[in-house]
Design a protein around this ligand. Structure first.
Ligand code: NAD
Length: 489
């Protein structure tokens, strides 16, 4: 028997149900978990806490729907997704408002995320009927061709930092190529993911093709990864959880995509255009209070301009205004108290070890309730110390000098991560040679995050994970190649 959740008083919020086979339902245990507004620390609503039994029901539903969805013409699949994208664009303000309250994201950043989320629909819906295979010449007696087939039932597990945009980044290509999906949004910010599932059904997605089981990672997330009838996992999140997910997938020899953390460097040569580079580099670390996987958290600067850059970064950060996301200031809050404690712990440890705190380095005064941290710039940093090696996931920038291009590349590559990198120089040879040597899945030259990035494959080296999302490559991640050889009579 299903049980009803207590509906949120605020009707702009989703009801918090699971959606399995197109039907809203409470968790089979009847349990819920609370969702908080990071800006105030106040409870927003409760959401169904999915169980292993719910995940099983969702996987069965996705399995039952798979054949029909796969056989739906690519044109029709694309049309449903295109319609959903238009609906999302029309309801941008509503989604951005919930994202702002759920993830603590300043309004304008939440709006940008919603625009990017709608772009995934625009981009991948157009690809649904253009996913061509190849013919392979074997001479006159054979016809040989390849087909890109959907995996089947995909498990999609997402983090809290860009809840809507990352959900769309994985769900839309997975659905476009004919997979059915069980989606587990992050418990810290699940609301726009739940709204998205309803929107897709309103756009005409058949029941069962997309099922959502909100819940705890250790419960619903783990059950999804452990389920024997899941064909592929797309996981975006932290390294330790990614390692657990991979170990579980190994038991089933199940393919997976891992989009994990980063410690991304900007390499700034002395001849870089200072005025153009500064705002982009600052935005890359302070956007969403540093809670971005590709945050440019290590600023590597050529020695001759190092002091100028430290002063500029300090002045820029000191002017940023932190506060409630609904006020649309420069920085909102961190996602929860544990994250605030973690960020403060990294900075305190760095300070104790002799690092210079140029600005920030503490919880701001006068912002009771929310989980804020000041924009922080650190100099005099040992590049091998924890603050320069580990993902802080907060508004903390380390500025480190380098001698020459060789030294810059050595520093850029000296962490276990390899997600993104920025290279800044007015010399083309320097840019191209440095880009070639940096170990990162995405290298931006004289920019960072071009065009919102929907079209650009993203993914990591090393502990940043493997497989690629975004761009055409995501379609390949959500398919397997089948080769068909016909001998002609
Ligand atoms: P997290 O690893 O704690 O959680 C991610 C998701 O995994 C959540 O939905 C969570 O509920 C689930 N989960 C937790 N334990 C699980 C388990 N045992 N089995 C299955 N699922 C489980 O990460 P987070 O704190 O939500 O997100 C921040 C991290 O995500 C950072 O490291 C950030 O760099 C990374 N990230 C990476 C990218 C990328 O594209 N590479 C993008 C965004 C965020």
């Amino acid at each position: 028997m299903t049980q009803q959740l207590q509906r949120p008083q605020d009707r702009t919020l989703p009801d918090g149900d699971l959606v399995i086979g197109g039907e809203h339902r409470a968790s089979s245990s009847g349990e819920t978990f609370d969702v908080f507004n990071p800006s105030t620390g106040a409870k927003l609503c409760s959401v169904a806490k999915g169980t292993a039994g719910d995940v099983d029901a969702a996987v069965r539903s996705a399995r039952a729907a798979f054949a029909g969805w796969r056989e739906t013409t690519p044109l029709e699949r694309g049309r449903i997704l295109a319609r959903a994208g238009r609906m999302l664009a029309e309801r941008q303000a509503e989604f951005a408002d919930v994202e702002c309250r759920d993830a603590g994201k300043p309004k304008r950043q939440a709006v940008v995320d919603t625009v990017v989320a709608a772009r995934y629909f625009e981009y991948y819906s157009g690809y649904a009927d253009k996913l061509h295979g190849r013919t392979i010449p074997l001479g006159p007696d054979f016809l040989d061709y390849t087909v890109l087939e959907p995996h089947g039932v995909c498990g999609v597990i997402t983090p809290w930092n860009y809840p809507l945009a990352i959900a769309c980044r994985s769900l839309v290509p997975a659905l476009a190529v004919g997979n059915s999906v069980v989606f587990k949004p992050a418990e810290d910010a699940p609301l726009t993911g739940l709204m998205l599932v309803d929107l897709l059904h309103e756009a005409g997605l058949p029941a069962g093709v997309l099922n959502v089981v909100p819940g705890l990672g250790t419960e619903a997330g783990a059950a999804l990864v452990e389920h024997p009838d899941v064909d592929h996992i797309s996981f975006t999140g932290s390294v330790p959880v990614g390692q657990r997910v991979m170990a579980e997938c190994a038991k089933h020899l199940r393919p997976l995509t891992l989009e994990l953390g980063g410690k991304s460097p900007h390499i700034v040569f002395a001849d870089a255009d200072f005025d153009k580079a500064l705002p982009v580099i600052m935005n890359s670390i302070f956007q969403h209070a540093g809670q971005t996987c590709t945050a440019g958290s290590r600023l590597l600067v050529q020695e001759s301009v190092y002091d100028k850059w430290v002063a500029a970064a300090k002045a820029h950060a000191a002017k940023l205004v932190v506060g409630d996301a609904s006020e649309d200031l420069d920085l909102g809050a961190l996602i929860n108290e544990a994250q605030q404690t973690r960020v403060a712990g990294f900075v305190d440890q760095a300070r104790e070890s002799g690092v210079t705190v140029e600005t920030g380095g503490r919880r701001p005064d006068g912002l009771a309730g929310g989980w804020y941290y000041e924009p922080t710039v650190l100099s005099n940093v040992d590049p091998l110390s924890p603050i320069a090696q580990e993902e802080v996931f907060g508004p903390v920038l380390t500025v480190i000098p380098f001698r020459d291009a060789e030294h810059a590349v050595e520093l850029a590559n000296c962490t276990e991560y390899g997600l993104a990198a920025g290279v800044w120089s007015s010399d083309v040879d320097t840019c191209v040679r440095t880009a070639a040597q940096v170990r990162a899945g995405q290298v931006y030259v004289n920019n960072f995050g071009a065009g919102g990035g929907v079209e650009l494959p993203t993914g990591g080296f090393g502990k940043s994970g493997f497989g690629r999302e975004k761009g055409l490559e995501a379609l390949l991640s959500f398919t397997s190649v089948k080769n068909v050889s016909l001998r002609l009579g």
